[in-house]
Write a protein that binds this ligand. Structure first.
Ligand code: C5P
Length: 260
């Protein structure tokens, strides 16, 4: 049996560079793994992939991203058995914190370890890119400058130490809908410059997310969080701040999180 923490992330910088022929968007983002985490356990079985979580609204087995990821690694390894995965959810869903992608990455690491660890991190990352744009990031963790669809890890670092409060409204945001609501009349901001500022620990005034306006337009309730000076992660609905903020007109579940 293997037990792993499956950490969430926040995006401290996210700029869109354009739409690609495959329908995805070319972007540059800085992601940081945070202390908020689900717990995943995995054990070897005779055959097949079983995934269950403590959230009845989530898909099971290979309908769950973690199950698809586990099946891919079993197949790649030519493993002589299967896996049973169990996930305790703490990361809110549809919240821009990468919970599903993180679970998929943890499942890949767990299966690889259960069956001898033959796949390198880089091989796992190549497989992970086929599961979802953010999945490779979660294999590396820490902080990373990512490009392409988000799946190309350009640089990694531990990241500076900070403490933030996450404000999670009871709102599921569809990533695809937010991307579909983007407009492109902007001059792109410089992700490399943000990365350097982030690694130097002098970044708070530079945090930026191009998806924020598109998400707020689709879900006007999110404007209350933006207008209170909070910053959005991913495609929403979670916003964050480095000092606690008083909010009115919207109910959120707040979580303290540190950059681990
Ligand atoms: O890769 P992932 O499954 O996380 O993407 C979810 C959806 O978000 C995609 O189907 C696509 O509509 C959108 N997306 C995008 N460009 C990206 C990442 C995601 O358009 N770089």
């Amino acid at each position: 049996m293997i037990a792993l923490d499956s950490h969430a992330k926040i995006n401290l910088f996210l700029e869109i560079l354009g739409k690609r022929p495959d329908g995805f968007h070319e972007l540059v983002t800085v992601m940081q793994q945070i202390s908020l985490a689900d717990s995943l356990t995995a054990e070897r079985t005779e055959q097949g992939v079983s995934v269950k979580t403590d959230d009845p609204t989530l898909p099971r087995d290979t309908d769950n991203l973690a199950g698809r990821a586990a099946a891919l690694v079993l197949d790649e390894l030519g493993a002589p058995g299967g896996v049973r995965i169990s996930i305790v959810k703490r990361i809110p869903i549809g919240a821009g914190l990468g919970g599903g992608s993180s679970n998929a990455a943890a499942a890949m690491r767990a299966v690889n370890e259960l069956y001898g660890g033959a796949l390198s991190l880089d091989r796992l990352a190549a497989l992970a890119a086929g599961i979802g744009s953010d999945v490779p990031f979660f294999l590396y963790g820490g902080a990373a400058l990512c490009t392409g669809r988000g799946e190309i890890i350009e640089q990694t670092a531990a990241g500076p130490a900070w403490r933030a409060t996450l404000y999670c409204p009871e709102l599921f945001v569809s990533t695809a809908k937010v991307y579909g609501n983007l407009t492109y009349d902007h001059r792109p901001r410089d992700g490399q410059a943000f990365w350097q500022a982030y690694c130097a620990g002098d970044f708070e005034g530079l945090i930026f997310n191009r998806l924020e306006a598109a998400a707020c337009e689709l879900h006007p309730d999110l404007c209350r969080l933006r207008d209170a000076g909070l910053l959005m992660s991913g495609s929403g609905s979670t916003f964050f701040a480095f000092s606690p903020v008083e909010l009115s007109g919207i109910t959120t579940h707040s979580v303290q999180s540190i950059q681990p």
